[in-house]
Design a binder for this molecule. Structure first.
Ligand code: AMP
Ligand code: MG
Length: 333
């Protein structure tokens, strides 16, 4: 299959471009499109056959459920059997935006979307292209990140093509994603909301509007959230996590002394003031670091490093999403 790449204005999407993409979706095809988190790979979300195409193109295990994207909160009742008060509160505050809510599913949602489970994940993205495409398609879009399963998420159209060129019908190229990390996922089916995946919306931000939030998957819930597989978001180059800048500098020096091509990736700090090569130094601000992360990891994968020593940022709520992605990126299986 030839993948067509269409440029689209990220703030004022051209209606003819959106119309062409929506026609592909309506005919059961796959279109990658920009959101404020990462590029999504969209298909008609209520068609089991179209959604099967997503699993096929990504090589995604069928145990890993998908998020349904709506263009407006009023559309959730087409896919959710119940819309708890907490869902309403969180959606009112954070939608459109990088927050996914897990709620009981309606019968109209095919089992393939939810990995056979009784709940469905829904999100209203805050990106003009994503919302225009959902509206024009006239149905919620199932849309995981537009990459091969377990590989790095895409934050621009070039990343999408690296993994999926020839496997999908179309890419809408709307430039870079501003957020750069996948959405926060919160299960609101229980008494107390539970954050299943950290993202740009942090626990303190959630707790400010809905009170206490629990963190992490319940142990009996098998793969309730796809991003919970240990190995995920992974570059091909081995990553070794380090607690401090000094650890990374020492380990890299040792590896180089043994003839290895070692590299460092870290948030900016004074230890790196003197360093002018051998490292990617990212922002010391969590949001900016998050926006740069996948692009840097894609570049690292394009270089010939034997190993990359990655300095973990502090263990605070603002850095939780970044630490989560780095930990999974470093996991080997
Ligand atoms: P991605 O492949 O990045 O789009 O990830 C999809 C995300 O959706 C996963 O990380 C899960 O956290 C979440 N998800 C989708 N459906 C469900 C569900 N029914 N229950 C819990 N989490 C879900
Ligand atoms: Mg993904």
């Amino acid at each position: 299959m030839e993948t067509s790449v269409l440029k689209v204005d990220p703030t004022n999407p051209e209606s003819d471009v959106i119309g062409r993409a929506a026609a592909v979706i309506r005919s059961g095809g796959l279109v990658a499109f920009p959101t404020e988190t990462v590029y999504g790979l969209g298909a008609k979300g209520l068609s089991a056959e179209a959604v099967a195409g997503i699993f096929n193109a990504k090589g995604r295990p069928s145990t890993n459920p998908l998020i349904l994207h709506v263009s407006d909160a009023s559309e959730v009742l087409n896919v959710a059997a119940d819309w708890p008060a907490t869902a309403q509160t969180l959606a009112a505050r954070f939608w459109p935006g990088p927050l996914t809510l897990v709620v009981p599913k309606r019968d109209s949602v095919p089992h393939i979307v939810t990995a056979g489970g009784p709940t469905v994940a829904v999100r209203c993205p805050n990106h003009a292209v994503a919302r225009a495409l959902i509206r024009a398609a006239g149905v919620p879009l199932a849309a995981p990140s537009a990459n091969r399963s377990t590989e790095l998420s895409p934050t621009h159209a070039g990343h999408v093509l690296k993994g999926l060129n020839g496997r999908i019908a179309m890419v809408l190229d709307g430039g870079r994603c501003s957020g750069g990390l996948e959405s926060t996922v919160v299960d609101v089916t229980g008494e107390i909301p539970r954050m299943l995946r950290p993202g740009l919306i942090t626990v303190p931000m959630l707790e400010a509007v809905c009170g206490r939030v629990e963190v992490g998957a319940k142990s009996e819930g098998v793969a309730r959230a796809p991003g919970q597989m240990a190995k995920h978001y992974s570059p091909r180059t081995p990553l070794a996590l380090c607690a401090t800048p000094t650890d990374a500098l020492t380990s890299a020096a040792r590896a180089r002394a043994q003839g290895q091509n070692a590299w460092i990736m870290a948030p900016d700090s004074k230890e790196f003031d003197q360093l002018d090569e051998g490292a990617d130094i990212l922002s010391a601000l969590p949001e900016r670091y998050g926006a740069e992360l996948y692009d840097v990891l894609h570049m690292i994968d394009g270089a010939e490093h034997d190993i990359v020593f990655v300095v973990l940022p502090p263990d605070t709520p603002e850095w939780a999403a970044v630490r989560d992605r780095l930990t999974r990126a470093a996991a080997r299986e």
